[in-house]
Ligand binder design. Structure first.
Ligand SMILES: Nc1ncnc2c1ncn2[C@@H]1O[C@H](COP(=O)(O)OP(=O)(O)O)[C@@H](O)[C@H]1O
Ligand code: SF4
Ligand SMILES: [Mg+2]
Length: 446
């Protein structure tokens, strides 16, 4: 089942058995990607998910012939409209370059690395348009302004003449999307493209990508460690671990009927709307494997609650256990269910009361205003109300979240609690005692 009605059966990208290695020492190589196969259909949004270091970025770079020597890529990558295997073309070949930035566009976590700091934003988009479309300067400029408007940049005429440093992180990411779209790509790869942004901007950028994908029928690969993001935006999900795909399915199957223990682990660590109020979020214990020390069997072995000696007999293959649902585990779905019932049932039986009635932190009516100073004499002309009468309590054993867009006062609040800033008003008590000042304070009440 797919949420995007534009999805067709035309396959735009099909990768088979990508293996990417890097030298480890003089004689040995590490496998960063170990036999990854994936496909992307026209109009589809696919999520590639896994913890940091699982091989997501190397997979996408391998697909696009972006791995520099001494890295080596093997496998078969077919791109719609391109003759033969993408990996048979050289990194700088005309064919590979026409795929990158043409048929397939990429946006990364930090747009500043792709933007030129000393060239006006609009000029950069215009130049990109001129590279890909046969337009003269005036027409390319007009198109650049249209593109800026399309990706949600307000006042594009004015913004056209500004430099990247004058744009916020979210706006720079919009600029990158405009640049990539200028080449009219069939596929967009967003590699942790919204990771550095606050949640609201993140949602705006991903909504934009999703809308553009529907409007222009662009297929998208969203690469992220954030399962909640792909839950909202992707049609189909590949879960990666230690260079392998360990489970893949359409998103509804993956979220409602996950099978692989790693997918269960990822899901147990994120909150869901349907959760019981007292459900605990359980992180996956241990760390992802280091490529230099990969076992010749299941790479999740050390962290898996359900492992036994059978798991060490060799590497399990990806098995199709339902239509389009693939899992890499030596146990069948039924065997895993049985193991989970036994083990997790025992955990359920011993609910712990983790939150005590004792108050650890009490914040009452906290207020922090910063003066706006002007001129040589530093005359106070106004105030920024960074924190306005905030009160809350945290009990021993309790975790609370303080959430809000950039600039809403979260860090100032934390600094006031630590007394790295002295609030103008309010009380802060830890275990019932006032928190003393930690650093000498400049007089901010000018
Ligand atoms: N150029 C490189 N040389 C050696 N090892 C690399 C190189 N690039 C990535 N790796 C290793 O490959 C593994 C996968 O990395 P990566 O694809 O960046 O993970 P992810 O994107 O999932 O966080 C990591 O262990 C990383 O250290
Ligand atoms: S093969 Fe064994 S260790 Fe690996 S995920 Fe399955 S149960 Fe866990
Ligand atoms: Mg990455």
């Amino acid at each position: 089942m797919n949420s995007n009605t534009n999805i067709t059966d035309d396959i735009l990208v099909k990768c088979e058995n990508i293996v990417t290695t890097f030298p480890f020492d003089k004689t040995r190589r590490i496998k960063a990607v170990d036999g990854v196969s994936l496909e992307l259909k026209k109009g589809e949004i696919v999520g590639l998910v896994g913890e940091s270091g699982s091989g997501k970025s190397v997979t996408s770079m391998s697909m696009l012939q972006l791995i520099m020597s001494p890295g080596q890529v093997e496998g078969d990558v077919r791109i719609n409209g391109m003759e033969g295997n993408m990996l048979d073309y050289g990194m700088f070949s005309k064919e590979a370059r026409s795929v990158r930035g043409g048929k397939i566009g990429m946006i990364f976590q930090e747009p500043m690395t792709s933007l030129n700091h000393i060239i006006k934003v609009g000029e950069q988009i215009k130049e990109n348009i001129k590279t890909h479309l046969n337009l003269d300067d005036a027409a390319a400029k007009k198109k650049a302004i249209e593109m800026m408007e399309k990706v949600g940049i307000a006042n594009p005429d004015i913004r056209y003449n500004q430099y990247p440093a004058e744009f916020s992180g979210g706006m720079r990411q919009r600029v990158m999307i405009a640049m990539v779209l200028a080449a009219d790509p069939e596929v967009l790869i967003a590699d942790e493209a919204t990771t550095a942004l606050d949640v609201t901007t993140q949602a705006q950028i991903l909504d934009l990508i999703k809308n553009l994908s529907v409007e222009r029928n662009v297929s998208v690969i969203i690469i992220t460690h954030n399962l909640r993001l792909v839950a909202r935006y992707a049609d189909r999900i590949y879960v990666m671990y230690g260079g392998n795909i360990v489970e893949s399915a359409d998103k509804y199957t993956l979220f409602d009927k996950p099978v692989h223990p790693y997918t269960h682990g990822l899901l147990a660590a994120v909150p869901r709307l349907t959760d019981r109020k007292d459900r605990r979020l359980i992180p996956i214990e241990g760390l992802p494997p280091v490529p230099a020390k990969m076992p010749p069997y299941c790479k999740f072995y050390d962290r898996c609650k359900y492992r036994d000696e059978r798991c060490k007999e060799g590497m399990a293959q990806l098995k199709e256990i339902g239509e389009g649902h693939f899992v890499r585990c030596v146990f069948s779905e039924e065997e895993l269910k049985e193991k989970m019932k036994q083990l997790d049932g025992e955990l359920e039986k011993t609910p712990e009361k983790l939150i005590s009635d004792e108050v650890s932190l009490e914040v009452k009516d906290l207020r922090m205003y910063f003066p706006i100073l002007k001129g040589m004499m530093k005359r106070k002309v106004g105030e920024v109300h960074a924190v306005e009468d905030v009160s809350f309590t945290v009990h021993r054993g309790e975790t609370i979240g303080i959430v809000g867009e950039s600039g809403c006062g979260k860090s100032t609040l934390a600094k006031c609690i630590m007394r790295a800033l002295e609030p103008q008003h309010g009380e802060i008590k830890i275990n019932g005692t006032d928190v003393p000042m930690r650093v000498p304070q400049r007089n901010t009440s000018a």
